[in-house]
Design a protein around this ligand. Structure first.
Ligand SMILES: Cc1cc2nc3c(=O)[nH]c(=O)nc-3n(C[C@H](O)[C@H](O)[C@H](O)COP(=O)(O)OP(=O)(O)OC[C@H]3O[C@@H](n4cnc5c(N)ncnc54)[C@H](O)[C@@H]3O)c2cc1C
Length: 430
């Protein structure tokens, strides 16, 4: 048995670590020079930025477990904050010091910035969903769900809408209510720490993919960066993988590419036509990140701050988080008119909105806009996503888009990688 893992994002590295842990020879092919895929380091001047500012939460149990396994201590590399939802000058909601789910319900009732009736209605809505086991008879949009349960007041704009966009990267009008409830369930009904926010203190490649690669190599595996796979073909003995004009044969393939890259390989193998079709049906949502360098003494009142503003949704204080003093990273998730703006103009508008919200700021000395146009799949109602298992016994899919109850996140990617590796291990051990 020898396994080719195609793609060195979080899904591919999770698969590789799980296989290497059990002594399976594994080779990871990653096209880019930097591991991490859609959660990777981007060098700018002498700073390690990220392609996108990421939030993890305490419920990311498998990501945290694998980080520990490869020696990347979550306690050291992530800033853990009890759940706080702070929309600048509008709403402050903090988890109370109570057991789950009271910590969030009490926090909601005590939130500052929304009328009492609105808070009560929101708490009732949550309790109603909880009594139903967070299950809908038929999936619908988040907007329909919220309308049906009278969630149209200020908390709609300050809590439910931004929560939906942050968690599903899909506007509530188009987002799956069932997936939204699954996320709510995990935060409310997990243990108290499940809703904690975990903010990276290092770049996203250092957080897991790089230590994962060290772990795989130390167990005899190979992690090849700058190696773009150009063909995968079925052979009698398994699969041939072509890369840089050379062919290697493997008994198994874990295809851990982003869906829009996986499709081309799936189309080429007739038994995988159905998976190719399922991937072809997915649509995507963008995430834009705007980094601005202010004088080193400037920062935010919190490491992460929300805004009820035209463009700006969240801003991160990279000084407080990663020692990059004066760097503010702003996030704009999901589709919108900002996609039509030139990057220069987008940076100018973000700077302007920060000033409107926080008071006068000097011109930033540099800015960097990173547009991820297909950041995640659009998490819409009743979406049929491809399974990890394919009709080819030894060819498995991994990635944040593979069938699961969750939206496209780091944890979904990691779980899918572990899942694909376990399917290989089960068959070996049976
Ligand atoms: C800007 C942004 C912000 C986000 N924010 C959050 C967040 O706050 N919290 C959260 O949990 N998630 C967030 N996500 C989602 C999260 O990053 C993704 O769900 C996750 O990284 C997907 O991992 P993956 O391994 O499935 O796919 P990918 O990361 O896309 O990995 C696929 C890999 O395959 C490689 N590849 C492509 N073609 C080839 C080839 N031919 N040969 C070899 N390799 C190839 C790519 O270079 C890439 O490294 C965000 C995503 C983006 C883009």
């Amino acid at each position: 048995m020898n396994v080719a893992v195609i793609g060195g994002g979080y899904a591919g590295m999770a698969a590789a670590v799980t296989l290497a842990e059990r002594g399976v020879p594994v080779t990871v092919f990653e096209a880019a020079r930097t591991l991490g895929g859609r959660a990777r380091r981007v060098e700018h001047l002498d700073l390690a930025l990220d392609n996108g500012l990421h939030i993890l939460v305490g419920a990311y149990g498998e990501t945290l477990r694998l980080m520990r396994l490869v020696g990347a201590s979550p306690e050291r590399l992530l800033l853990r904050l009890p759940f706080t939802w702070c929309i600048h000058d509008r709403l402050t909601l903090r988890a109370a010091g109570l057991p789950s789910p009271l910590h969030l319900l009490a926090g909601l009732m005590a939130a500052r910035g929304a009328p009492f009736a609105d808070r009560l209605s929101a708490a009732r809505f949550v309790l109603r969903m909880r009594r139903r086991g967070y299950m809908l008879e038929r999936d619908t949009t988040v907007t329909t769900l919220l309308d049906t349960h009278g969630q149209g007041g200020p908390l709609n704009r300050l809590l439910w809408r931004p929560l939906c966009i942050s968690a599903l990267n899909t506007p509530p009008e188009a987002a799956s209510a069932q997936v939204f409830l699954n996320v709510l369930r995990d935060s409310l009904d997990g243990d108290r720490g499940a809703s904690d926010l975990l903010l990276p203190r290092v770049d996203l490649t250092r957080l897991f993919p790089d230590p994962a690669a060290d772990y795989v190599r130390a167990r005899g595996g190979a992690v090849l960066t700058g190696h773009r796979v150009t063909a995968i073909d079925e052979r009698e003995s398994g699969f041939s993988v072509r890369c840089a004009g050379q062919e290697q044969t493997f008994s198994h393939v874990v295809c851990a590419l982003a869906p829009y890259h996986a499709e081309a390989f799936l189309i080429g193998i007739s038994a995988l036509a159905e998976a190719a079709e399922a991937v072809g049906r997915l649509s995507y949502q963008p995430i834009y990140s705007v980094y601005l360098q202010y004088p080193v003494e400037r920062g935010l009142s919190a490491p992460m701050l929300g805004f009820d503003s035209g463009l700006l949704q969240w801003a991160f204080d990279r000084g407080a988080l990663a020692g990059q003093h004066g760097v503010i990273g702003a996030v704009i998730s999901a589709e919108g008119a900002h996609q039509d703006l030139p990057q220069e103009e987008l940076a100018r508008l973000v700077h302007q909105e920060l000033q409107q919200q926080l008071g006068p700021l000097p011109e930033p000395s540099w800015h960097r806009v990173i547009a991820e146009k297909r950041a995640t799949f659009a998490c819409t109602p009743q979406l049929k996503r491809p399974e990890s298992r394919t009709p080819l016994r030894h060819f498995l899919l991994a990635g944040d888009y593979v069938a699961s109850a969750y939206p496209g996140t780091i944890e979904t990617a990691v779980r899918s990688g572990i899942g694909a590796a376990r399917l290989i291990l089960e068959r070996r051990d049976s």
